[in-house]
Design a protein around this ligand. Structure first.
Ligand code: ZN
Length: 462
């Protein structure tokens, strides 16, 4: 910022846009002045800038926070995410290692990046618990708890328990490690132990842990866990009851009714068809590798499970109505769950490039399942508050200038499943994306040095 006479000159002025004020839940016509990495002014007055973006007719939203993805330092996945408006990603469930965190902290990244501590892949690994089926000893639990505390101090957003991937976790381990998150006023994110029709039986262990520890709990990827076989209404009922009883619990859903995951995981253990309401191999499409785009049959399924377990499979097992049902709950936010497993251009799931424009274009504008304000809050201020991200999530003076400028009448996803299109296709209607005050996406293209994103930490302040 400079001064010119008595008048302030901002580094960048976004002129004449409609600002989505998620704090006061209203839309305001205003000019935004950006000073360095921060929002310096929001005003109806004319302000001067070194550079200008003309936002007449466009919406100005806080940058979208993708608090559950598997981007985990993968540059192309982050590029897809920022082109759909994602300015912050939180990872770590499975494979965010210290080297990646160090690189992001020292050199920057395309978008902001924070992490949760993975119970199996960081804490259990460090304590030397070799098998995911083994239960940990008291001594090992002690080692994990001490290390978890160090990560909380370092700024991790919380602890992530992908229970489905660690059948050996005892209730004692679950409780003792969750207590560490509680002590630092952080959250425990949970991928529940079973999905489909068996999922409902697994809620009790979570509610018991939450009651005993008093920790904040967040259930991950609900659409992909309970969005099939008629399970969603019952799951939401259980969560409603838990909230009424005083458990501090939220969850998230994607906006797709098919999920994508590696074929070698426990998701496809014997009996998977039953828990998904009796679906057959034909409901599975291979989404990476040499068979990409092919529909499964028993022979191909068995061959890939055995010889190529990291092959991505998209399972078309979800109930379409379950997405809207989940989105109507104000405690269910939206995450992408993007870029799991091997990730390269054109493979995988459309969630990496389409989630946010699909939420706004389809579920708000076309189907009117929820209002624009409700939708934007689910991907900005609500996760920012829930995961203690103090500097992002709203357009307010002093906040980081993470901003998405989009056209409400046209915004829509174009990414498709591998058998129907391209999972990384660019959305329509997103004109600019700013990360920490710098334009990172301009008319669909990623511009600049790809280093504007920072390592983000969660504060332990309430
Ligand atoms: Zn996930």
């Amino acid at each position: 910022m400079n001064t010119c006479g008595n008048e302030k000159v901002y580094d960048l002025v976004i002129r004449d846009g409609t600002v989505i004020d998620v704090v006061n839940e209203c839309l305001i016509q205003a000019n935004i002045g950006i000073e360095g990495e921060k929002i310096g002014a929001i005003t109806k007055e004319t302000i001067q800038g070194t550079h200008y973006i003309d936002a007449k007719g466009l919406m100005i939203s806080p940058g979208f926070i993708d608090f559950h993805s598997h981007v985990d330092g993968k540059a192309y996945a982050a590029e897809c995410l920022v082109r759909q408006g994602g300015t912050t990603t939180l990872g770590g469930e499975r494979n965010l290692n210290g080297k990646i965190i160090k690189e992001i902290a020292e050199e920057g990244f395309i978008i902001n990046h924070g992490f949760f501590v993975s119970q199996p892949f960081v804490l259990r690994d460090a304590a030397g618990v070799k098998s995911t089926y083994a239960s940990a000893s008291d001594k090992e639990i002690g080692v994990m708890a001490e290390l978890a505390g160090k990560f909380m101090e370092f700024g991790a957003c919380g602890i992530c328990f992908p229970l489905e991937l660690i059948p050996g976790v005892s209730q004692k381990e679950f409780i003792e490690i969750s207590k560490v998150a509680r002590a630092y006023n952080k959250i425990v994110t949970i991928h529940i132990r079973k999905d489909g029709s068996e999922a409902l039986d697994t809620f009790d262990e979570i509610f018991e842990m939450a009651i005993e520890t008093g920790v904040k709990v967040h259930l991950l990827e609900l659409m992909y866990m309970v969005g099939m076989a008629g399970t969603m209404p019952k799951a939401l009922e259980l969560i409603d009851q838990a909230r009424k009883s005083g458990i501090d619990i939220t969850g998230d859903s994607g906006v797709y009714d098919a999920f994508t995951v590696c074929i070698g995981t426990g998701v496809f253990d014997d009996g998977w068809e039953r828990s998904y309401g009796g679906r057959s191999y034909e409901s599975l499409i291979v989404s990476s590798g040499i068979h990409m785009g092919e529909r499964c049959n028993e022979k191909l399924f068995k061959e890939l499970r055995e010889k190529s377990p990291s092959t991505l499979i998209t399972a078309f097992v979800g109930d379409h109505d379950a997405v809207a049902m989940a989105l109507k709950k104000d405690y269910i936010y939206v995450s992408t769950n993007a870029a799991d497993g091997p990730f390269y251009p054109t493979c995988g799931s459309p969630e990496v490039a389409g989630t946010f424009p699909r939420l706004i274009g389809r579920y708000v504008r076309q189907e009117r399942e929820l209002s624009l304000m409700e939708a934007i809050k689910k991907i900005t201020i609500l996760p920012a508050r829930r995961f203690n991200l103090q500097h992002i999530g709203s357009i307010e003076v002093g906040k980081n200038a993470d901003i998405v400028i989009f056209h409400y009448d046209t915004i829509i996803d174009r990414a498709g499943y591998v058998n129907q299109g391209s999972p990384d296709a660019l959305p329509i209607g997103i004109h600019y994306v700013l990360v920490n005050g710098s334009v990172v996406v301009e008319k669909g293209a990623v511009v600049g040095d790809r280093k504007r994103g920072k390592f983000v930490t969660a504060s332990d302040e309430v």
